[in-house]
Ligand binder design. Structure first.
Ligand code: DOR
Length: 450
């Protein structure tokens, strides 16, 4: 049984920052206080000068299992996650086979048990013909239902208007959407091909996967949710234009209930990269939706600070180096991000662009609240001890040799980050000691308090 006393840390939680101590007994936070004295047999960690945060909850990852495990698997990608301070992941259904029914969902939970280093939940996917599986989904078995309202990796586009309407009407859990209008994209891609033939430059990606395509599809999702009163979470917002669709303000009302029926998420790469980076990074920052302009990046950062965007996630989507080195039209979309996302977000804190409290709110508290995750996402006595300890003064350059994701590369290679992940705890046990993975995989199946 785990017994830890973390002393003299700067704790950041629920909008407050203070210096204090935190005691772990077993898998839970037993006590948060100050001047706590060590008990016999307790391991003491002096965390002076370090930040102690709840472990991050990433509500959007593609860990590729089953079927695409040459890109990544639950073991490799969750190793990268805990090394990056992410202690809980929610994984997407665009695997092979896609996760379209309860049996496929349970198969993923079985695969993750004993192999996933972070706690795990799996989304049910939607298709044009699995309405029965959606209707009958037990809400305790999945964080939500993923609807690709735009085609991306995997062939999971839901474009039948009646089916979409029925999904929004009948889903028993939150719906989460990928919003990009496919006909708009197809037309823009055809225009680019007419101009460039097979050698369309990657710098066209934000013009093909355009802001209009995002806005049109996000607008449709929001209007369907308003029509049916659906709990909708729109994933990976990439443009300033879409922000007007969402209400600003806190997530919860005074009684601690969800105040917003429609919520929005953005991802770390939209806060870090912009159009000018295609010249340097090419397909290595090709993703869907596309990274757009510097003005979008700045608006998205402001929208997090102003509570228009509720959640920060990664959309971690590894592809091999070989796949990414193909010509633009044949290179798959997606970036590996879980290992560096918190460091990149904290860089915005160091730059004075986001508060530490905002990062903790958007990347730990909010996903727990949105998806009814039981007893995680906060530094609270009685909650699971999922924690990340950050050394905020450990400037270093990201290099390929430290990448744990199976794809073996990072879009952040060469970036200098001020912070380092000094330790990650999952369910009360050390999972990452600042240098290496420790202990066996400790991740558990998420429980949803609904
Ligand atoms: O860039 C992306 N990659 N966007 C998605 O929607 C899917 C993801 C993947 O699975 O590769």
């Amino acid at each position: 049984m785990s017994h830890w006393l973390i002393k003299n840390a700067l704790l950041a939680n629920e909008g407050r920052e203070w210096e204090g101590d935190l005691r772990i007994v077993g898998d839970r936070i037993e006590r948060i206080g100050s001047g706590l004295t060590a008990r016999p047999g307790e391991q003491v960690l002096d965390a002076h000068g370090r930040w102690l945060l709840p472990g991050m909850i990433d509500d959007q990852v593609h860990f590729r299992e089953p079927g695409l495990i040459h890109k990544g698997d639950l073991a490799s990608e969750s190793a990268a996650a805990v090394a990056g301070g992410i202690t809980t992941i929610m994984d997407m259904p665009n695997t092979i086979p896609p996760t379209l029914d309860a049996a496929a969902l349970e198969d993923k939970y079985r695969r993750a048990a004993g192999r996933c280093r972070a706690n795990f939940g799996f989304y049910l996917g939607a298709s044009n013909d699995n309405l029965d599986a959606i209707r009958t989904l037990d809400p305790k078995t999945a964080p939500g239902i993923k609807v690709f309202m735009g085609a991306s990796t995997g062939n999971m586009l839901v474009d039948d208007p009646d089916t979409l309407d029925a999904i929004f009407r009948e889903a028993p859990t939150p719906i989460i959407t990928h919003c990009e209008d496919t006909p708009t994209i197809d037309a823009l891609q055809a225009e680019a091909k007419a101009r460039f033939g097979d050698d369309v430059p990657v710098s066209m990606h934000p013009d093909i996967r355009s802001r209009e395509a995002c806005l049109k599809s996000s607008r449709l999702a929001v209007s369907l949710a308003k029509k049916h009163g659906t709990r909708l979470h729109v994933l990976h917002i990439s443009t300033a234009d879409e922000l007007a669709l969402f209400e600003s303000g806190p997530l919860l009302d005074r009684d601690g209930r969800l105040r917003k029926r429609i919520t929005a998420e953005t991802c770390i790469h939209f806060l870090h990269f912009a159009r000018e980076d295609y010249a340097r990074l090419g397909n290595f920052i090709k993703c869907n939706p596309a990274i757009k302009d510097a003005s979008d990046r700045d608006a998205l950062i402001a929208a997090l600070a102003n509570d228009v965007i509720d959640v920060l996630a990664t959309d971690h989507a590894p592809h091999t180096l070989e796949e990414k080195q193909r010509p633009y039209l044949n290179a798959p979309s997606g970036l590996p991000l879980v290992q560096d996302a918190l460091l990149a977000a904290l860089e915005l804190v160091h730059q004075g662009k986001l508060g530490l409290a905002t990062v903790v709110q958007k990347f730990a508290h909010a996903p727990a609240q949105l998806f009814d995750v039981a007893h995680r996402g906060f530094l609270r006595e009685g909650h699971f001890a999922d924690l990340v300890l950050v050394d905020p003064d450990a400037s270093h350059v990201i290099s390929r040799d430290r990448v744990l994701s199976k794809c073996g590369w990072s879009p952040f290679e060469g970036a200098r980050f001020t912070s380092r992940i000094a330790a990650t705890f999952v369910n009360g046990e050390l999972a990452w000691d600042g240098e290496r993975l420790v202990n066996l995989p400790l991740g558990r199946r998420l429980e949803f308090a609904r």
